[in-house]
Write a protein that binds this ligand. Structure first.
Ligand code: ATP
Ligand code: MG
Length: 577
């Protein structure tokens, strides 16, 4: 893609291009991805990851992974580890790994500076009172009765808040901005609150914790972030972001970042610019951490990495290649307009990536026995098949062929419907890579179900024979019954069966829209070469779809495959598209 074409559907790239041309930040680019470690990353986060790491990569800049761990009660080390693994799996590596908690001492010193400059005060109002004083969208708020405390008193009280002298909620530190501001975020917002909760990184060292808006801008500035990219709901917070940085003025106050230097952390103080973009949304999907957490907690899925989950670990286990996810967000573009992308667009990216990358194999998932009556009982042959129809570098493989085969039950119809071109009594079909067989007989079990079909193979239609090119309407795949290996195959489909499962306007919730057919487990037969498949390797089962060896449960001797995606979009067909 040319620069101009790429920038046309990513306005942030255009801003970076322009600022570099103007030599802002000396042409340097620094971004960060700042997850809160309170859940697993999902597809929406991948948009932000691709954007932040992608911009840094494109412009030779840096991108940090920063855990926004300012909310100790909800956070967990399990999430930290999963986030790191997911970012790397997606194909990115951070310049520095940081935690907002690395900066607790810096935040504290900055707060003292605000107090000394008369820009912050300790407030004793309760949470309810603060709400009362705040005013509304149409009415200004009122000043807190504690707003005019002296600098000395504020410094003393703030020190005692840190020392643990006051109970949770008894006091807050608030910015002194403007209780009449049209932007409610500027009505003396809280900067610190008391929470006597141990923190995963800092243990019991702190019992006051900074608020997001205050911590985020300072973290960006001390890391030398040039472009702080976030989603649209932070647009109204930008004036506060800028206010904090302007008041604290880190570039002119190097003493404030001394604790980092003492701790051996690199700093490169900048004045970052916050830029907001629209969240990525997908139809047939819920993408809030809270709802994903509930699905896991209530056992509606098998865990965060259930292959039906839109989490990155779920998509990974489902077999979605990271390149397909990157490509998807690249094509979606970055704008300020909220929109919902069709799930089928993502599946299209997955098919495209797997079509190029996945070797072809034979598998039969709903088996029906096919006996070739004119071959001897002990007939054994090895046929050679290309591993990829469009790419010779994939090489070839051997597939055993014998008298008894498995074929898909749906490739045979005793009483064919109109337009059915596969095997029927008395009819012919091509066995992929073998030749043409004719159905001569049908075996049934006690309840009248077809249990086997008998055929004769036309030797004249085999490879290299004069009739090899003879045309019949259908071609079907098969595996040798004697050689095939048994496998568990998990047929996954969309987790929700409505376009917008978040829509609760009709009184229903996302839980009412779970697709009962989102997982079906079958026992299938695979060609023997799949015995050695490595966990997480992708294959196309010819005519059936793309599959992946399950990264948790698959083992040689106990194959388990997940269906990643079908070969065609059956949802669009069902919807009449
Ligand atoms: P959720 O709303 O799902 O709980 P969050 O925004 O609270 O997500 P964070 O851990 O705070 O989750 O997000 C880390 C980064 O990912 C933030 O910069 C956030 O803006 C971004 N992000 C989260 N969801 C999306 C999304 N759907 N599209 C784009 N970026 C997102
Ligand atoms: Mg958040």
């Amino acid at each position: 893609m040319t620069d101009a074409a790429a920038a046309s559907h990513n306005f942030i790239r255009q801003i970076v291009l322009d600022e570099r041309a103007a030599n802002k930040h000396g042409g340097r680019v620094g971004t960060r991805f700042p997850p809160e470690p309170n859940g697993y990353l999902h597809l929406g986060h991948a948009k932000s990851i691709c954007l932040n790491f992608g911009i840094a990569r494109e412009f030779g800049g840096t991108c940090n992974l920063r855990f926004d761990d300012t909310n100790p009660a909800k956070e967990d080390i399990e999430y930290v580890e999963s986030i790191k693994a997911d970012v790397q799996w997606l194909g990115f590596d951070w310049t520095e790994l940081r935690h907002a908690s690395d900066y607790f001492e810096v935040f504290y010193r900055c707060a003292e500076k605000l107090i000394r400059d008369g820009k912050a005060f300790v407030c004793d109002l309760s949470a309810d009172q603060v709400r009362e004083y705040r005013g509304t969208l149409t009415e200004p708020g009122r000043n807190s009765p504690f707003r005019e405390r002296s600098v000395e008193e504020n410094l003393d009280l703030f020190g005692r808040m840190r020392a643990g002298e006051f109970a949770d909620g008894a006091k807050t530190l608030r910015a002194k901005i403007d209780m009449a501001s049209g932007n409610i975020n500027l009505r003396d917002p809280a900067l610190y609150r008391i929470r006597k909760v141990p923190h995963q990184n800092t243990g019991n060292a702190w019992c006051i914790y900074p608020m997001y808006d205050y911590a985020h801008c300072i973290s960006d500035a001390v890391e030398g972030i040039t472009h702080s990219l976030c989603t649209l709901e932070f647009e109204d917070h930008r004036p506060l972001y800028d206010w904090c940085l302007a008041q604290i003025d880190l570039p002119d106050h190097p003493e404030l970042v001394q604790p980092l230097i003492d701790a051996g952390l690199k700093t490169n103080v900048s004045t970052p610019r916050q830029i907001e973009f629209a969240r990525g949304n997908l139809d047939y999907t819920v993408m809030s951490k809270r709802k994903l957490m509930e699905l896991v907690r209530d056992g509606l899925v098998a865990g965060w990495d259930d292959p039906r989950m839109p989490t990155l670990s779920g998509l990974r286990r489902r077999g979605f290649p990271p390149a397909a996810i990157r490509n998807f967000w690249e094509r979606a573009g970055v704008t300020k307009q909220n929109s919902t992308i069709e799930f089928s667009v993502l599946e299209g990216c997955v098919r495209e990536a797997l079509d190029a990358a996945a070797p072809r194999r034979f598998a039969v998932l709903d088996p029906l026995k096919l006996v070739i009556a004119n071959l001897p009982d002990d007939h054994a042959e090895t046929l050679t098949f290309p591993n990829h129809p469009k790419n010779e570098t994939f090489g070839t493989r051997s597939v055993a062929f014998s008298r008894e085969l498995w074929i898909e039950r749906e490739d045979f119809m005793e009483t064919p419907v109109k337009g059915f071109h596969r095997l029927v009594p008395g009819g012919e079909v091509r066995l992929r890579g073998v030749g043409i067989v004719k159905c001569t007989d049908v075996e049934k079990d006690a309840s009248g179900n077809v249990s086997a079909v008998h055929c004769t193979l036309d030797a004249e239609t085999r490879h290299g024979m004069p009739g090899a090119e003879r045309k019949v309407k259908g071609t079907i795949h098969w595996v040798s019954a004697r050689h095939a290996i048994a496998a568990e195959v998990r047929l996954y489909d969309r987790l929700f069966n409505v376009v917008n499962p978040d829509d609760d306007s009709d009184g229903k919730t996302y839980r009412d829209h779970l697709n009962p057919d989102s997982m079906r487990i079958v026992r299938g037969w695979l060609e023997a070469s799949l015995a050695d498949a490595a966990p997480e390797s992708a294959v196309q089962f010819e005519r059936l779809g793309f599959f992946v060896a399950d990264r948790r449960d698959h083992a040689s001797g106990k194959p388990v495959f997940n269906r990643t995606v079908t070969l065609r979009d059956s949802w669009a067909q069902a919807a009449g598209k």
